[in-house]
Design a protein around this ligand. Structure first.
Ligand SMILES: [Zn+2]
Length: 333
């Protein structure tokens, strides 16, 4: 059942990508990766800003990998209800202990995103230690993706698409359509500076718990807002290859986004902050290596960074066409 749904949900996601929207949509995954860069300390900036295009572009790679790699999906979510009562507070922090308690099959079936994040943190630290440019970029992009996924309430539940409560399509509504229609009004800056995580497991679990705690409102607001919409106003039907697909309309997404406010925006910013913390923590754990030889840095880049950083602080990246995920012209590879 679950797998069938996930396949169906994935198919819808693929369609959404084809129609120009994307999964957290591609918009948010790319945006949080970019915002995380501005929160790093000076010694890390040349490397991360110097390679920003690639980091941002690769922010969605794990979702694309799901297409070809059958082991990929459970890294993106955790269906907490399937791990027992109060699982968000009771699950072991360490993968080995979780394996012992639940067995591999359960973890592969019901998802293990928090463990994936900690696993990648170690990989990233190792890449920093070796000062291997490609490995650092690979693991930094990947860990950013999974951290962001852990902030999406519907990535923490077996009712991941609202399918158990008659709210099918809620997944992409919350994480893709709402940000697409609302981003102009979002706060896309934070005065957070990357912090060292003494207990990375606690940090990612805290994020999972917070996301999960938002779930009742995510579901309830959809019902609430629906009372003001007829079915024809709420959904649009698209026929593709003889099959009918139901999507929430932009009008509904706007009303739902307004009802949720500022939840989605907050989760977006919290994702970016924790990504910066994990990148920074991995770098510190590696002994704060000097990255200048692999940094792709120049005077021109430095000037561009300074200009962008000011726009970031003023929440004006978008207006000045500096938000990569929304960049007009050649910004999106
Ligand atoms: Zn994902």
């Amino acid at each position: 059942m679950t797998n069938g749904f996930r396949k169906a949900a994935f198919f819808v996601v693929m369609l959404v990508m084809v129609t120009g929207l994307s999964s957290w949509g591609f918009l948010v995954h790319k945006t949080v990766q970019q915002l995380a860069i501005y929160q790093l300390p000076a010694p890390m900036t040349p490397f991360f800003y110097g390679h920003a295009d690639q980091l941002i572009y690769d922010a969605v790679r794990p979702d694309i990998r799901r297409n070809t790699d059958s082991t990929e999906a459970p890294k993106h979510f955790i269906d907490l209800e399937d791990f027992g009562n109060e699982a968000a507070h009771r699950m072991p922090l360490k993968w080995d202990a979780a394996l012992k308690q639940y067995g591999k099959d359960s973890l592969l079936k019901y998802g293990y995103v928090p463990y994936q994040v900690v696993f990648l943190q170690q990989k990233l630290a190792e890449a920093f230690r070796r000062k291997n440019r490609d490995s650092i970029l690979f693991y930094a992009a990947d860990i950013g993706h999974y951290i962001a996924d852990a902030h999406v309430p519907l990535h923490t539940t077996h009712n991941f698409d609202g399918q158990l409560t008659g709210q099918n399509g809620l997944h992409s509504l919350w994480e893709t359509v709402v940000p697409e229609v609302e981003i102009e009004s979002y706060k896309l800056y934070t005065n957070h500076h990357a912090q060292y995580l003494k207990e990375p497991e606690q940090a990612i679990w805290k994020a999972v718990r917070q996301a999960h705690a938002l779930l009742p409102a995510v579901l309830a607001k959809e019902k609430e807002v629906s009372q003001n919409f007829t079915d024809a106003e709420k959904y649009r039907i698209q026929v593709r290859k003889g099959k009918e697909y139901k999507y929430y309309t932009s009008a509904f997404a706007k009303a739902y986004g307004a009802a949720l406010k500022p939840t989605v925006n907050n989760q977006l910013l919290a994702s970016a902050e924790l990504i910066a913390d994990f990148w920074y923590t991995s770098w510190v754990d590696a002994g704060q290596p000097d990255l200048s030889a692999i940094a792709n840095w120049s005077d021109a880049k430095q000037a561009a960074y300074q200009q962008e950083y000011l726009l970031f602080q003023k929440n004006e990246l978008l207006q000045h066409n500096k938000l990569q995920a929304k960049k007009k012209e050649s910004g999106n590879r």
